[in-house]
Design a protein around this ligand. Structure first.
Ligand SMILES: Nc1ncnc2c1ncn2[C@@H]1O[C@H](COP(=O)(O)OP(=O)(O)O)[C@@H](O)[C@H]1O
Ligand SMILES: [Mg+2]
Length: 316
């Protein structure tokens, strides 16, 4: 029997049932706070950041769990939905604070749009950082993901806002320093978004958000930036830690037991990591899912599929 369960390559249309997806690939995406197994030292670093009201800078290889840390902290401490800011080379501090749709407003004024010509609120939205800095009873959780991909000046600009905990929306402060405008927050339900009153165009944070910044270590940061963060480097996982991660993810499934084969795969994965190969934990999860699924994978075919999903990341 060959492992061609769905696509055969003969061009004949057929109805297929792909079965259940891996639990971590079901949509809408579930937060992985129950499955996450903090590596040694991480819990202390998170608590230091919480107590000192400093951002946590987490560095580590791709797929080492950096972006997942905050999900667990936010869930345990009931910080609400994680606000996410994914950084690219084009990211600007301003878009993370707020967005103003000037063109949309001009159009609306011409057409006699919502709320009359002076209603600016529909054209403003706070960004993830702007929302995290709103005065609130409970601090929010903010993920600033892949900050090492940013433009060179962004970390210093960001630091400045985080030190002061305040920012201005000139489009509002110019307009009226007494007016209270209800501005849309970031995230949440798009159909009925939360709105926050902003007076005179200034936002002043009153309880510092829990911030995780992640970095693949692709660049160095200025000392002035580093000294204001709590820094943590994700260690390479040991065999035991990998077993725990695999078990945590599989428990979501049908109570699958770890077979000898799965154990051997985990062992081999750990050895490759120790030898300096670049591999992500997702890859191990993929491999285990294929091994524990209803699978008809056998012999050389199994080896070929395993090689495919466990291929090193530094090779395309
Ligand atoms: N310590 C861990 N415990 C449980 N799952 C983990 C752990 N580390 C990584 N994973 C899993 O690996 C995947 C990749 O993690 P992610 O946080 O996206 O990595 P990174 O941001 O470092 O690239 C996620 O699906 C996550 O569930
Ligand atoms: Mg990530």
């Amino acid at each position: 029997m060959t492992w061609q369960p769905f696509y055969v390559g003969d061009g004949t249309p057929r109805d297929v049932d792909l079965g259940e997806p891996p639990p971590w690939r079901s949509f809408p995406r579930q937060a992985l706070y129950k499955e996450f197994q903090p590596p040694p030292g991480l819990v202390k670093a998170v608590n230091a950041a919480l107590v000192l009201r400093r951002p946590l800078l987490v560095t580590g290889a791709a797929g080492s769990g950096k972006s997942t840390v905050i999900e667990q902290v936010a869930a345990e401490l009931k910080l609400g939905d994680v606000l996410r800011w994914h950084i690219t080379s084009r990211s600007t501090l301003k878009e993370a604070l707020y967005r103003y749709d000037a063109l949309g407003r001009i159009h609306a004024q011409r057409l006699g749009g919502p709320g009359g010509s002076d209603d600016i609120a529909p054209f403003l939205q706070l960004g993830p950082l702007g929302t995290a800095l709103l005065p609130v009873e409970h601090p929010r959780a903010l993920l600033i993901d892949e900050i090492d991909k940013s433009d060179l000046d962004l970390p210093s600009d960001l630091l400045d806002v985080l030190e002061r905990g305040t920012f201005e929306i000139p489009e509002l402060s110019r307009f009226d320093t007494e007016a209270v405008i209800h501005v849309r927050e970031w995230g949440g339900d798009e159909r009925s978004p939360a709105r926050s009153p902003i007076k005179g165009g200034f936002v002043q944070c009153d309880s510092f958000p829990f911030i995780v910044m992640t970095s693949n270590g692709e660049r160095d940061f200025p000392a002035a930036f580093l000294r204001r963060c709590i820094r943590f480097t994700m260690p390479k996982p040991t065999v035991d830690e990998l077993r725990r991660v695999v078990e945590a993810h599989l428990q979501l499934g049908q109570g699958t037991k770890r077979s000898q084969e799965v154990d051997a795969t985990i062992q081999d994965f750990a050895e490759r990591l120790t030898a300096g190969e670049s591999l992500a934990i997702d890859q191990l999860l993929n491999a285990v899912h294929l091994l524990t699924g209803s699978g008809t994978l056998t012999g050389t075919e199994k080896q070929e599929v395993m090689d495919l999903v466990l291929r090193e990341l530094s090779r395309a």
